[in-house]
Write a protein that binds this ligand. Structure first.
Ligand code: SF4
Length: 135
């Protein structure tokens, strides 16, 4: 499996391995770009001059699997946790967002469209390796 084909975590911290997949709107929801834009060193430096970059951008990067605190057993614990946290608080039958990494997304591979319904409300908290929901 090449680096290009590796499963992607859709809530990664900023790094030169990351790709921008969306931006955080003023309402705390993700506006997906429909494509994944590679991040380079210049972007990393520029993005770090402002507010915490993970609060402005949603980034995807190769999944660290057992190297990540969110990995539990055979998979990532986050899509199910996000879904449970949001239950009854947001509309979960909307059309899926146009997403540039769906074929490689670890969350989608595990939980299908349910993951995407919660994903649009996730803002990464890079410092804690965790996520929070927007609205
Ligand atoms: S969970 Fe769905 S919307 Fe979110 S990054 Fe994965 S495929 Fe895209």
């Amino acid at each position: 499996m090449t680096m290009r084909d590796r499963p992607l975590c859709p809530s990664a911290p900023l790094s030169t391995k990351a790709r921008v997949i969306g931006v955080v709107t003023g309402q705390g929801e993700i506006a997906f770009l429909g494509k994944a834009i590679p991040v380079d060193q210049a972007f990393v430096q520029e993005a770090r001059t402002g507010r915490e970059p993970e609060r402005r951008f949603r980034l995807a990067a190769p999944c660290a699997r057992t190297g990540c605190a969110n990995w539990a057993g055979q998979g990532c614990s986050l899509p199910e946790r996000v879904h449970a946290d949001l239950a009854g608080t947001v509309q979960t039958d909307r059309a899926l967002p146009e997403c540039g990494i769906r074929r490689q997304c670890v969350w989608y591979a595990q939980s299908g469209s349910k993951a995407c319904q919660g994903c649009r409300f996730v803002v990464t908290r890079a410092a804690m390796g965790a996520v929070e929901q927007g609205p």
